[in-house]
Design a protein around this ligand. Structure first.
Ligand SMILES: [Zn+2]
Length: 100
């Protein structure tokens, strides 16, 4: 097993979804490859940090700004769709006028 093979199996390794024969190859590779050992160690620590995190409420002013940004994007998207629809009608009526 080389580093590329190992990295391709990294998720399965952490999920415990790896066959015993392959697991042996992974362990042998980790025993000889410092780079992959660092990847495993860092990934393990990252997972631990995320698992320790509690849900966090944004401060009220941040929530307000996020809601208004989302509203602005919805309105902008609607306006763009409406403008496209209207210009489509305008183009079709011009084509109709040209062919009539
Ligand atoms: Zn490696």
């Amino acid at each position: 097993m080389n580093c590329t093979d190992f990295l391709a199996k990294l998720t399965d390794y952490f999920d415990g979804q790896i066959e015993s024969e392959l697991l042996q190859e992974v362990k042998e590779h980790l025993g000889t490859c410092h780079h992959c050992e660092v990847v495993v160690d860092t990934t393990r620590k990252t997972i631990a940090v995320y698992q320790e995190q509690q849900p966090y409420d944004f401060p009220e002013d941040v929530q307000t700004r996020l809601r208004s940004a989302a509203r602005f994007r919805r309105v902008a998207r609607h306006s763009t769709r409406t403008a496209r629809r209207r210009s489509g009608v305008w183009i079709r009526s011009c084509e109709h006028a040209r062919t009539a």
